[in-house]
Design a protein around this ligand. Structure first.
Ligand code: DLL
Length: 434
């Protein structure tokens, strides 16, 4: 499989770090001269030039930038160029009202397209591929990001966007689509529908790329087994262009970070201390290239670990594990911290469970909390004995992994909501009832 920017992707670490330091110093100078937000923040800690940072570790002198600051600065506080230099604006809808806005100059768009092309080639694409992009075209960065990346590679692009699932399937079938890009939730829905046509063999589909949300092992297995396709995961966020921050290669041992554009650190989310390789913590990213909206030491809230050793695919760029959760998607139930990813791990141990599930949290008049986990079975009309076995098995794994007791309801296949974009798994009504 090819490498899109071979020099950058296979550079030896000492050289790469030299380049990162130089870019970081330039970026600090750029922030001092272009961003009133960062000028204040940097001057507060005595940084008045990029040369105040002489080693990459000295980046730690710079305070973190947080999601709250981004929200406080909404809409233009972090914009570092005049509006007439802004070529495009994207946004992601936050859970708490104000959207997260990303600004791009023409140069930013070009850098982003290269970053996206790089992860697409990592994912296994080349100019022969016909890619159907089935994520939302619009404010969401996923579609446009991959679209521009695929254009750079020379692929044939079908900008299908989301929805109208029957038409999506017809296009895929009739136009000989080789690669599908979708969120894992929508990809699993499309996989179910392709299988139900009974014509899988007539599709040319060989690869499914996903990203934008966590993909459970069970969802991935379901997609790979039912369609006999390769899959590749991608990570990114609106604050750092969108997709193109990191993507899986053929080795499937982590997602390579586009390290000469986004400088990664992993920190302890409670103490803010930088953690060593292969330790799970919060990912912090620093823009090394960005005109319209550079971010320094931005706390992503995504929980992952990093490995700087070279990969057997030939790339030397560091790899992160697919984020297991976010510091803010965890819920506390009966005093125990629960991550949806733990529930998915428990599900993956049990034969007969599909990847579709929903957790509903409620609080009664006596302030007692309850949690109901609804999960779909893989087969319709299973016998009572079979259901009892599956339930007992699942209860065992939940106790092992999540520790706290959660009620389980097994549902018939196809009864829980399907999502065309990012899925929603947790419905927490406890605080509404207070
Ligand atoms: O989701 C950008 C993107 C589009 C990435 C398409 C990959 C593919 P936002 O809407 O701003 O941007 O959401 C960013 O989504 O902080 C993570 O919490 C989550 N996320 C993104 N990719 C993954 C992934 C796009 N592969 C937020 N695994 C991030 C787990 C992911 N979580």
């Amino acid at each position: 499989m090819g490498i899109y920017q071979i020099e950058l992707e296979t550079m030896n670490r000492a050289e790469l770090e030299k380049m990162q330091l130089k870019k970081l110093q330039n970026m600090i100078n750029y922030c001092l001269s272009h961003s009133s937000f960062y000028r204040r923040k940097l001057k507060d800690v005595g940084i008045d030039s990029g040369f105040c940072v002489q080693k990459l570790e000295e980046l730690q002198k710079i305070p973190y930038t947080t999601k709250e600051e981004l929200r406080d600065q909404y809409p233009t506080g972090l914009l570092s160029v005049p509006m007439d230099m802004v070529a495009r604006i994207h946004a992601s809808s936050g859970t708490t009202g104000k959207p997260t806005v990303g600004y791009y100059t023409k140069k930013d768009l070009d850098i982003w397209a290269d970053a996206a092309a790089r992860v697409l080639v990592q994912n296994g694409l080349d100019a022969q591929d016909i890619i159907q992009i089935s994520v939302g075209y619009g404010l969401f960065t996923g579609a446009m990001g991959f679209h521009q990346g695929a254009e750079k590679i020379g692929c044939t692009i079908i900008p299908a966007s989301t929805g109208n699932t029957e038409k999506q399937i017809v296009m895929m079938h009739d136009l000989g689509v080789t690669v599908l890009m979708a969120t894992p939730s929508y990809a699993s829905h499309l996989a179910e529908r392709i299988v139900s046509t009974g014509k899988r063999k007539e599709f040319k589909l060989k690869r499914i790329l996903f990203g934008a949300e966590r993909c459970s092992a069970a969802t991935r297995r379901m997609i790979e087994d039912s369609l006999q396709v390769e899959t590749a995961d991608n990570y990114g966020m609106t604050e750092f262009f969108g997709p193109g921050v990191a993507g899986e290669c053929s080795e499937k041992s982590g997602l390579h970070i586009t390290e000469d554009i986004f400088y990664p650190e992993i920190i302890d989310p409670d103490t803010g201390k930088v953690l060593p390789d292969n330790t799970v913590g919060e990912l912090v990213l620093t823009s090394l290239e960005r005109e319209a909206m550079p971010l320094l030491r931005y706390r992503t809230r995504d929980l992952t670990s990093i490995d700087h050793t070279p990969c057997s695919c030939g790339r030397t760029t560091a790899r992160i594990q697919a984020p297991k959760g976010r510091t803010d998607d965890m819920f506390v139930f009966k005093g125990i911290n629960v991550f949806p990813s733990q529930i998915e791990t428990a599900m993956s141990h049990v034969k007969g469970l599909s990847p579709h599930y929903r957790i509903t949290l409620n609080r009664d008049e006596a302030f007692q909390d309850s949690a109901l986990l609804e999960v779909e079975l893989t087969e319709p009309s299973m016998s009572i004995e079979m259901k009892q076995r599956i339930k007992a098995d699942f209860e065992h794994w939940l106790r092992e992994i999540v520790i706290v007791r959660i009620s389980i309801k097994l549902c018939e296949p196809g009864t829980l909501e399907r999502f065309v974009g990012k899925s929603r798994r947790v419905y927490d009504y406890r605080y509404l009832q207070e």
